[in-house]
Design a protein around this ligand. Sequence first.
Ligand code: 26Q
Length: 817
Amino acid sequence: LALAPVSSPPATVDGFVREFLVNLNLERGVALSSATETDKYLALASTVRDYLVARWLEDQRRQRADQSKAVCYLSAEYLLGRQLDNNLLASGLTDIATQALAACGIDIDSMRAHEVEPGLGNGGLGRLAACFIDSLATLSVPSIGYGIRYEYGIFRQVFRDGQQIEKPDAWLALGSPWEFRHPEAAQTVSFAGHTETYDDDGVLRSRWVPAWSVRAVPYNYMVPGYQNGRVNTLRLWSAEATKAFDLRTFNSGDYVEAVRAQTFAENISKVLYPEDSTPQGKELRLQQQYFFVAASIADYMSKVLPEDFDLTKLPDRVIFQLNDTHPVIAVPEMMRVLVDERKLDWDAAWAITQKCFAYTCHTLLPEALEVWSVDLLGRLLPRHLEIIYRINDEFLLAVRERFGDDERRLRDMSIISENPASVRMAYLATVAGAKVNGVAELHSQLLREKVLHDFDEMMPEKFTNVTNGVTPRRFMRLANPELSELITAALGTGWLTDLERLRELESYAEDADFRAAFAGVKAANKRRLNEVLLARDGFAIADDHLLDVMVKRLHEYKRQMLKVLHIVTLYERVVSGRVAASDLQPRTFIFGAKAAPGYAMAKRVIHLINAVGSVVNSDPRLEGRLKVVFPPNYNVTLAERVIPAADLSEQISLAGKEASGTGNMKFALNGALTIGTDDGANVEIRELVGDDNFFLFGMSEPEVEELWARGYRPGEFAQADDELRRALDLISSGVFSGGDRSTFEPIVSNLLYDDRFMVLADYTSYIAAQERVDAAYADRDAWTRSAILNVARTGFFSSDRSIRDYIDRIWHAQPVR
Ligand code: 26Q
């Protein structure tokens, strides 16, 4: 009897009430009458958890027993968003929980609002990982997500005088009801020291003698599939001091040093690095990467694989998917485990390793490609550096064999670059991986033609594309319940896990009643947005405005400045008297963006947006027709309200710079029209929705290249466009900075004299496209028709489709059941 697996509580309102009260009384130790909001939230979360646990345990057992191939997704980031609503939806308990709580006198919306989202990621890459584990569970693919349980996630952004201030994100402060700590499954992860060779029964072997180690303690999170009874695992590692380390230092009598050592260990998983490009080669960051990757491989090998498993069969059992280069140190780690610990010979180990890894690249910016100095790597991971050198030696031999003594090629393809000596992690991943993929068609093509061109010439079969996707559970069903209902009323159920079925909405675009209902949903979503804006920031947006939204990390290549120049142009037209305010299409511009704390130009742009907002919003000459709002701390929770309310989606990066974008997909799927460049997945969105339902502007990627080659002089574009000059002059004049001409001068001179991302070159085309937007919005019914067609034609962007593509093109794993 003691061995019988737990069973779920009865899925009834009474059953839920009972379980909730048991959790409140026994786990929180409080009565309902005296429970705080936090008590109630935590008890509710535990209750939802309880319903999922039986399936979870069963799926874990099966994963160990099963012969089927598993996917280990290695990612330094998972930007999960709130869990409660997602887990209610997945378990089919939303209605029961709502009624059960009501019976206890609790409004479930207040419980939803109480949750602090785990922001364990920077942006697109981290959110993609979260969408992928949702789809893996929904498709019943045996898989584990491995990552880091940062004690502090992405910083909380506040504005002081319009400028960004970073505050710590203490997401664990209220307790973390969705996680299970498993100290008994801890792994030891070692660092530094030296390597030596030794005689192992007549075989000369290398081994690593590390100097110190930490304990990696796993915290498991349930990842429930959408109403399919499957529950996968997300395993996030937390760093703690090892017992051995403690003992040694405590016994030496240096108590204070021992406690300090503990803190030192815990530092490794303390905080998420908030830079999402131009990574600095910080030692702690490398420690984080190796820490989670070594723990994950050891966990998989010891806990998931059966004992005395024939390692040559490893590629039939597992694929490790590398989410960008952040986990690439897993490659030499696997080699170390196979060669040094499991005593395989090098060639056998390499053959296995090359089949067990695949690499996803998420960038095209050269400065975003990760490199580690040989010096740092050698100090922190001496054995891994040796292994990397050997991988490189053998790879360069293969290059020579294929291309002869082509010194240019050998230099450019080397995993180790010189001056300063460093390891190119993207090259290591490409050499080691069975497959390399980009994240949108254009991106994958440019990877092959540019960033990894030499590798493509040598091993073209490795390269493939998997266009990104987003989970419709969170970004449609949860974020846009009213549109979901309208769709279900039209199509019946089933579309949420078969999103291409949205195509059937195409004919509804011609139905006036449906269009009216659709427009009604958009209006309701603006009210839903206002609820949270009023609560968190104390302001609301007008419901008769076109809602124009640009939400994403702040980066020069994403060109928030182009959007600013548009707003300043509209403002300047009115204040100069060239345009009557009454002739403006009323618009509210919403920005959401965090800047990396050390990225001075990005922070200055944030300051400028806020400054333009305060001038524009209070100038009576505009008669309230233009509003600029910038709610601080854009995150997943806010995204879920903003995106469904939007009319216009701004996707305006310089062509060839945005690998894919995923916000662009979320907006289109929720019926916003896109104004965008031919970049990333915008290309595919436009192909699907059609030119009539997309506002294209700007240079294409080849045109960008051509202009660079000709010699780009941004000043010439300012000379050629009167309104552009006026907008720049207005910013320079100090009107947005209380007369101080120096505040935003660096932005203007950067645009005029450098402008790496060609903002000025695309300005004229952008303004013209915005006029087309205004004209289109004037015919509201036609706009709604286009919006419906956007929804109907973007089912392709479900992350379920992305995962199926990974299965077919890369993993060759099978869904079970
Ligand atoms: C690396 C080393 C050291 C410190 C930080 C980093 C780091 C962290 C995060 C580097 C990059 C990132 C995140 C990158 C990212 O989010 N890229 C985006 O990925 C999306 C999903 O594929 C794409 O849609 C976006 O186009 C891409 O910019």
